[in-house]
Write a protein that binds this ligand. Structure first.
Ligand SMILES: *Cc1c(COP(=O)(O)O)cnc(C)c1O
Length: 400
């Protein structure tokens, strides 16, 4: 009976073209990858700077393990807090301090856990959480787990957010937003959000998973990109995307960090990440801030421009397919197809040509906006981008 119940629900997902499948990467994360026994050219990862397989990081990870051991052995508050974590937190604090005066940081095993920590620790019964409807699932889950009531505003509608803030009577207000929206690639209007936060004495919590390493001065992220500076800014950044390793951090005023250490359950009740990862992240940060990072960001920008040009032409050539290019200037370039089955068919048409681009369907994106989520990396060459454009043209010819 129990198994039958689940099988029934799985068949329902099949019928709606919503069943998810995993593929097995058999070589390191890179544009040219061996996947489930086939050689693929992939446009899926969030490894925006192409650092995930960088020899310096592989060496730093090994050196970190030799120096600090393989595992941390315990949570941060017991005995798992290593010198490597301290050095990383100090370095990240320096990165964010131009935007957050006196910034301190706290490192986490994952961005998902960092967001749960932030929203549950700050979102107590004295607070209200205001969230963009397209925020990442980890922010949504954090808000649902928090004691504070949640008010969501339609994507980017700061006029409606302002109304919600005016009507709110709780003493603490938390405005929470992705900086770069993960399925659309567009940027939140952070200066306007900060102005609202100031007018209403609210915290502004920024999820910079897709900005840190790529945007701003030396890759220091979206706050720097917009030149913001305020002690009411709280920034979550991830270390598994552009930074090429794994983990996350929260940067904020020292009192926020202290409060998270005291009360954030997804910080307190979990084993600290292996210190070797923190050690290797320090190497990655040096690359990102140096000439190599600059060169990689420039290559990424060229690929973004080339892909957008090609996609714009393609969308105009095949109006009957109803494809739409999202308004994004970042490495996330969604091609919105609409229907779930059509998105899957397009992904399958590319797959047959050895091109790996994920189809993203509800509930990850709103119903009727199923899409290909094309992501670019500094490791993609112009030839790779052209191969994707040619593959899309061929698929379009078949599907129209
Ligand atoms: C990936 C992502 C996260 C989660 O970070 P992980 O380190 O992968 O857990 C949080 N927010 C956004 C916007 C993301 O894209």
């Amino acid at each position: 009976m129990l198994i039958e119940h689940l099988n029934h629900r799985l068949r329902e997902r099949d019928a709606q073209a919503l069943r998810r499948q995993r593929r097995t990467a058999e070589s390191p994360c890179a544009p040219h990858q061996r996947v489930s026994g086939r050689d693929m050219l992939s446009f899926c990862s969030n490894d925006y700077l192409g650092l995930a397989n960088h020899p310096d990081l592989i060496e730093a990870l090994a050196a970190g393990a030799r120096r600090y051991g393989a595992g941390s052995g315990a949570s941060h508050l017991i005995s798992g807090h290593s010198r490597a974590h301290v050095l990383l937190e100090d370095e990240l604090a320096r990165w964010l301090s131009p935007c957050i005066p006196e910034a301190k940081t706290l490192s986490f095993c994952t961005g998902y856990m960092a967001n749960l920590a932030l929203l549950t620790a700050l979102g107590d019964t004295s607070a209200t959480i205001f969230a963009d409807k397209l925020n990442h699932a980890s922010l949504v889950d954090g808000a649902l787990l928090a004691k504070a009531p949640l008010q969501r505003y339609p994507h980017g509608r700061l006029d409606l957010l302002a109304n919600q803030l005016w009507r709110c009577s709780t003493p603490i207000k938390l405005i929470v937003t992705d900086a770069v929206f993960s399925m659309d690639g567009d940027l939140a209007d952070l200066p306007a959000l900060l102005a609202l936060a100031e007018a209403h004495d609210a915290w502004l919590v920024i999820d910079d998973a897709h900005g840190f390493g790529v945007l701003g001065n030396d890759g220091s992220g979206s706050l720097s990109h917009f030149g913001l500076r305020s002690e009411r800014l709280i920034c979550m950044g991830t270390l598994g995307k552009a930074v090429g390793l794994g983990g996350a951090f929260v940067a904020a005023h020292p009192s926020v960090i202290d409060w998270l250490v005291q009360s954030a359950r997804s910080y307190v009740y979990t084993t600290a990440a292996p210190p070797a990862i923190a050690h290797a992240v320090l190497t990655s940060l040096r690359l990102i801030a140096g000439d190599e990072g600059e060169a990689r960001r420039a290559r990424l920008a060229q690929s973004i421009a080339m892909l957008r040009d090609g996609l714009t032409t393609l969308v105009q050539q095949y109006p009957g397919l109803g494809w739409r290019l999202a308004d994004s200037a970042t490495a996330i370039q969604p091609l919105i197809v609409g229907d779930n089955a059509a998105a899957l068919a397009l992904a399958a048409g590319l797959d047959a040509q050895g091109l790996w681009v994920p189809a993203i369907r509800p509930p990850t994106v709103p119903v009727g906006t199923a899409r290909l989520r094309i992501t670019l990396s500094a490791a993609h060459t112009p030839k790779d981008v052209q191969a994707l454009l040619d593959g899309l043209a061929q698929a379009a010819g078949t599907l129209q």
